[in-house]
Ligand binder design. Structure first.
Ligand SMILES: O=C(O)CCC(=O)C(=O)O
Length: 275
């Protein structure tokens, strides 16, 4: 069981995030990481570039994680029992890469309303200030949507390089995690992450996001899977879970889902980025 305690839930509501939450032991996390690295060796393009999106549609590994009971327990504490898995992104920062993530709110450009949803971010490596952990701006979710400037920065790992300006550096908090630990963050909390300055990979799997069944997609089409509970609203098309890894029919479906996702992410944009 990994339901949040009353104190953790209160912290999340007050600050817009909660971490760390213990999901997997370090040994379990190491086994998951080895499974990922075997996949990367066998199929180097499987989960990179645009294919970093919705990796849970094509791999048994990320499917199992996205539907894992301990993660769903924590998520249930925040959004209630009727949980839909509505997307995922694998965020890897290689030691030699300059990737960073500018200050942003997940709710900008994602079209999920109302805001009964949460992003869950699982560490599959050590995640530290040195290797590019996320930083949160506590309590920044209370004022709703903020202006973003679309920078399309070369090393920015966000779709448009969307950036909230003037984040107070003295208020931000690093989210350091051990392998197997999770953080949850609110759709409106401002967050970002820096370069990997270490010699190690930084590996994070974001389920982006878990949505309540009452959450609609107002900019386009998404597909969902039932995480837990029921879907009395029926807003979205449900899709089956993969029965293996990198099967042709799952890849075709993932590509279709990612194309639909791009229409959402770049809705109204003047140009398209790398992801
Ligand atoms: O992986 C990162 O550094 C940031 C990911 C992120 O912004 C998110 O999951 O919302």
């Amino acid at each position: 069981m990994a339901h949040l305690t009353a104190e953790q839930t209160e912290f999340y509501q007050e600050n817009g995030y909660i971490a760390p939450i213990n999901i997997f032991t370090e040994d379990e996390a190491q086994a998951l990481r080895e499974e990922l690295e075997a996949l990367e060796r066998d199929n180097p393009d499987a989960v990179t570039g645009k294919n970093r999106n919705n990796v849970h549609y094509v791999t048994s590994l990320f499917d199992r994680i996205a539907h894992h009971d301990r993660i769903l327990d924590a998520v249930e504490s925040v959004i209630g029992r009727n949980i839909l898995v509505a997307g995922s992104t694998l965020f890897v920062k290689e030691p030699e890469q300059k990737g960073f993530i500018s200050w942003h709110q997940d709710a900008r450009y994602i079209g999920l309303e109302p805001y009964n949803w949460v992003t869950a971010w699982l560490a599959l490596s050590n995640v530290t200030t040195e290797n590019g952990c996320m930083y949160m701006w506590p309590r920044s979710h209370h004022q709703g949507q903020r202006d973003h400037v679309d920078t399309y920065g070369e090393d920015n790992l966000l779709t448009r390089g969307q950036t909230v300006m003037n984040v107070p550096e003295d208020e931000i908090v690093p989210i350091e995690l051990k392998p197997g630990q999770l953080s949850l963050h609110h759709p409106w909390v401002v967050h970002g992450s820096g370069h990997n300055l270490s010699g190690e990979r930084r590996i994070g799997f974001a389920i982006q996001s878990y949505i309540g069944a009452d959450v609609d997609q107002v900019l386009g089409k998404i597909y969902v899977q039932q995480g837990r509970g029921e879907d009395p609203f029926g807003y979205h098309e449900h899709t089956p879970r993969p029965q293996g890894t990198m099967r042709d029919q799952d890849i075709m479906f993932r590509d279709q889902a990612n194309a639909a996702l791009q229409e959402i992410f770049y809705h109204g944009a003047e140009k398209r980025g790398k992801y």
